[in-house]
Design a protein around this ligand. Structure first.
Ligand SMILES: [Zn+2]
Length: 274
């Protein structure tokens, strides 16, 4: 960052140097990173959460898909995230959960259907004397008007400031996001059959190895050939007798069997039959 400009940590602002951008223009870091990620992954916000385009790969795409997976398995985990509104520039009016416990998209579906810009921010809908709307057509009496009145009554009480919006974790101390608290919440949920924390008594690389093994993501020969890697054969590199898949490597191979036998002997244990 220092090579390209000055970063004001207290304001989360980056001032770019001349020649890098528009001559010392202040840039909101949140906006900057959002723009970069959107440009790379083609983020779509036509649902409750931003979604990367189909076919996109990479770390952010995996994170994004994990969020959808978690939400599909256990919606309450995702619903505890909400926005603390300040200036409204970083919060989506209809899609983010920023007032109450439900996004306006779900609370006022008839109005959301009429919205011209479904990804508009809260700031986009603010005006100097209240709110400005961009409907596809005029609001009709009945349900539409009633929803508009309810919406207006709710948001008229919101107090804005010049600070940036921030994320809140409902139910957590001070609303501050905590990876460990979220992790425990996921582990305690019905989908928590796969612990998300590492075992502290063994090295991180072994934790990582076991995690990959449980997901069947180790590069054994059978997996590599399934992925299109050109190998001469699928035979186990140790015994050269059977196909090298996860089960064979860890349990069925003569070499593995001997290792387990030795471990059991050292620890004076009786091996289970598998
Ligand atoms: Zn073998």
């Amino acid at each position: 960052m220092e090579d390209y400009g000055r970063y004001d940590k207290s304001k989360s602002e980056l001032t770019l140097q001349k020649g890098v951008s528009n001559c010392g223009q202040k840039v909101d870091l949140w906006w900057l990173w959002t723009s970069i990620i959107q440009a790379i992954y083609g983020i779509q916000t036509d649902g409750l959460y931003p979604q990367v385009k189909k076919g996109c790969t990479g770390t952010w795409a995996q994170i994004n898909r994990s969020i959808f997976y978690i939400h599909a398995q256990h919606p309450n985990v995702s619903n505890i995230l909400s926005k603390r509104i300040s200036n409204g520039k970083n919060s989506l009016f209809w899609l983010d959960n920023w007032l109450g416990d439900t996004p306006f998209r779900d609370k006022f579906p008839r109005l959301f259907a009429l919205e011209m810009d479904k990804s508009c921010t809260v700031f986009d809908r603010r005006s100097h004397d209240g709110w400005k709307w961009v409907w596809r057509r005029d609001i009709r009496p009945g349900v539409e008007l009633q929803q508009l009145q309810e919406l207006t009554a709710a948001i008229n009480s919101v107090v804005f400031s010049d600070a940036l919006d921030s994320w809140l974790c409902q139910g957590l101390p001070n609303g501050l996001f905590s990876v460990s608290r979220i992790r425990k919440l996921i582990d305690a949920s019905p989908m928590g059959c796969w612990p998300t924390h590492w075992c502290k008594v063994i090295p991180p690389n072994i934790n990582f190895f076991i995690w990959r093994a449980r997901l069947n993501r180790l590069p054994d020969k059978c997996s590599l050939i399934d992925k299109g890697v050109n190998l001469q054969n699928v035979l186990c590199s140790s015994c050269n007798k059977h196909g090298e898949d996860l089960t064979h490597i860890f349990f069925e191979c003569d070499v593995a069997s001997q290792v387990w036998t030795n471990i059991a002997s050292w620890l004076d244990l009786v091996l289970p039959v598998w």
